[in-house]
Design a protein around this ligand. Structure first.
Ligand SMILES: Cc1ncc(COP(=O)(O)O)c(C=O)c1O
Length: 391
């Protein structure tokens, strides 16, 4: 099967799984967001509302189009945009609200869609951390006019790198299709070759006990240009690379299609891991977050607020435990020059606090009850953050 057949098959299967009008595959999730924004006509001077607790790669596409990201604080239980704080940030220049489903917890879609309807603003969902999560029985990614997904290494399922834009609106689909035909570039043979090799290495050596060391090595190799990293150094600043607008390769589409076929199993495993963590933490007297009953979450990682985040991250690999650091700062990662994006400390206090306290535990298919027990024992030795009355 050639690239376009494979990609078309994957796009069709993805749209069917979600039950939406259509899907478009890209090199990365951030590229999918760029396509959506460009097709919606977002441009200079427009304002885009989004949570101030995200990855900078989800902000760059806004800035690349010379629009302004407007950050709204999060609520502390699900780490999602606080709907009570959205309206005060809306101005005549606001063109869009982005609802991110953080860690896999669905955002409060009733409240967000209501604001969108009343203010005449479309909603786009950031589903990069959430495939299969449901809000009031409805799948995340099917509420807004569009949504986007990521298949990067750490995401709900992976094709190494990859992104999908999905749309519920036929007219928007036609505009993305036009962009795809006219503006999208193909990934180079070298990039695709390196990605293929990395997928093979990942398959062979990455397990919970080896992840921390592998990540350190991977970052060093990325800096040296020896692997295709998730993000080039230039992407930690608001400057777009000339070949940014890249489509999905056949390698990613083939791998993605295979992963999509295993989605039910992946979801069941993630839910099982979530239950295991909740039980093990509760046994140790850890505070339990009061997650609303209407959320049926498929967590990509299990967030916990710890007493000493620095210590947890610095010592995890010595205990062969996989601990994640999302989000290190309100526009992850820590290298982001926040002021260049208009974010200043204190803008989103709940986000600042979550960045200081939260680490996350792995739920991916290579985790098990045994690795969860080890992680929880380690986290318990660090201890919970002191005041967790907010959750
Ligand atoms: C919430 C969120 N949105 C968007 C992205 C961008 O996805 P990608 O790395 O595939 O571009 C990421 C991660 O990188 C993310 O964590």
């Amino acid at each position: 099967m050639n690239t376009s057949d494979m990609l078309e098959q994957y796009q069709r299967a993805f749209a069917e799984t979600l039950g939406v009008h259509s899907a478009f595959g890209f090199w990365k999730g951030r590229v999918a967001l760029y396509a959506i924004l460009k097709a919606m006509g977002i441009g200079e001077g427009d304002e885009v509302v989004l949570p101030g607790y995200t990855c900078v790669m989800a902000v760059n596409p806004i800035v690349y189009l010379r629009a302004k990201p407007v950050f709204v604080d999060i609520e502390p239980v699900t780490y999602n945009i606080d709907p009570n704080l959205i309206e005060e940030k809306i101005t005549p220049k606001t063109k869009l609200i982005i609802a991110q489903h953080t860690y896999g917890y669905p955002a409060d879609m009733d409240a967000i869609m209501d604001i969108g309807r009343r203010k005449g603003l479309p909603v786009v969902e950031d589903c990069c951390l959430a495939i299969g999560s449901k809000y009031n029985g409805q799948l995340a990614g099917t509420f807004g006019v569009a949504a986007y997904f990521s298949f990067q290494w750490n995401k709900p399922y992976t094709s190494g790198l990859g992104g999908m834009a999905t749309v519920t609106d036929a007219d928007l689909a036609r505009r993305i299709e036009e962009l795809y035909q006219n503006d999208v570039v193909r990934p180079s043979t070298r990039e695709v070759g390196m990605l293929r090799a990395q997928l093979a290495v990942y398959q062979a050596v990455i397990y919970p006990r080896t992840t921390a060391m592998a990540q350190t090595l991977f970052r060093l190799l990325t800096k040296a240009g020896l692997v295709v990293g998730s993000s080039a150094t230039c992407e930690f600043s608001p400057t777009m690379e000339p070949d940014f607008f890249k489509g999905m390769s056949a390698v990613q589409a083939r791998r993605g299609l295979r992963q999509l076929g295993k989605l039910d199993r992946t979801i069941a495993h993630r839910k099982q891991m979530t239950r295991v963590y909740a039980e093990l933490l509760a046994e140790r007297g850890w505070p339990t977050p009061k997650v609303p009953a209407k959320l049926d979450s498929v967590l990509v990682r299990y967030p916990v607020r710890v007493a000493d985040k620095k210590k947890a991250l610095a010592t995890a690999s010595r205990h062969f435990v996989e601990i994640g650091s999302w989000f290190e700062c309100p526009l992850h990662p820590i290298e982001t020059p926040l002021e260049a994006y208009g974010y200043y400390e204190g803008m989103c206090p709940q986000s600042d606090r979550a960045c200081a306290e939260v680490v996350n535990l792995a739920c991916h298919p290579r985790t098990s009850a045994a690795s969860a027990r080890k992680s929880v024992e380690f986290i318990a030795s660090i201890g919970p953050a002191e005041d967790q009355s907010c959750i």
